[in-house]
Design a protein. Structure first.
Ligand SMILES: [Zn+2]
Length: 222
């Protein structure tokens, strides 16, 4: 049984130079109609449906550069088998990609390195109306569009916990697992950042579906 939590999510008004929720750092939001198109196509396709572990949420505030038209709260992947804790607030196109990452990459990596199934993913962050790296005056983070997910640890069915922070340069099994998870993410997302990228990512993997380049196909995998 997945508990349904009620959270108050405030939107941020305006479209040019914005102040984040609660008087936080300001940011610049580029107009990105492609992201809205991608979300519409995802919603229309019926790929993502509300289930016990994928909950629909009200829109994240009024007219705003932040949020998504129809956000979802993803409490588990792989048909409810792998728990996301806490549940991640994501836009529609992120959900099948997270699911494929879990099923096609993380689960096989866990079986290979430990001979045990994946049970839980520790979510460090998902939706957050803020600039990239929280640097005031910067561009809006993909987290502000519910288009990004930060993950700090993985728990296997036998209770083994593999943390990005200690495991990235940890023992051979931790390294094999985490590097496979990171590298495999690059086939599912347009941006993948880990501890080798910079100090801000020493304790988590960041994955997102940023629209980058003229055709939206340019990827970053670091
Ligand atoms: Zn992130």
């Amino acid at each position: 049984m997945v508990p349904i939590r009620v959270r108050v999510l405030l939107g941020c008004l305006g479209f040019a130079l914005l102040s984040a929720c609660g008087g936080g750092p300001t940011f610049i939001a580029k107009n990105q109609p492609q992201l809205a198109d991608e979300e519409q196509a995802c919603l229309a396709s019926g790929t993502v449906r509300a289930t016990g572990s994928i909950l629909t949420r009200a829109a994240l505030g009024g007219p705003s550069a932040c949020g998504a038209e129809q956000p979802f709260e993803m409490a588990a992947a792989d048909h409810g088998r792998v728990v996301l804790k806490p549940a991640a607030l994501l836009r529609c196109p992120m959900i099948p990609q997270v699911d494929r990452w879990v099923v096609n990459v993380i689960e096989p990596a866990a079986r290979r390195a430990y001979g045990v199934s994946l049970a839980e993913i520790t979510v460090l962050g998902s939706y957050s109306c803020r600039p990239i790296n929280n640097v005031s005056g910067g561009y809006l983070s993909e987290h502000g569009r519910a288009n990004a997910l930060d993950i700090s640890a993985f728990t296997l069915a036998d209770g083994t916990r593999i943390r990005v922070k200690s495991g990235w340069r940890g023992d051979a099994r931790q390294r094999a697992f985490l590097h496979a998870v990171h590298d495999g993410a690059c086939a599912q997302f347009s941006t993948v950042l880990g501890p080798d990228y910079n100090a801000l990512h020493r304790d988590h993997f960041h994955v997102d579906l940023a629209y980058r380049g003229a055709d939206g196909l340019r990827t970053v995998c670091k």
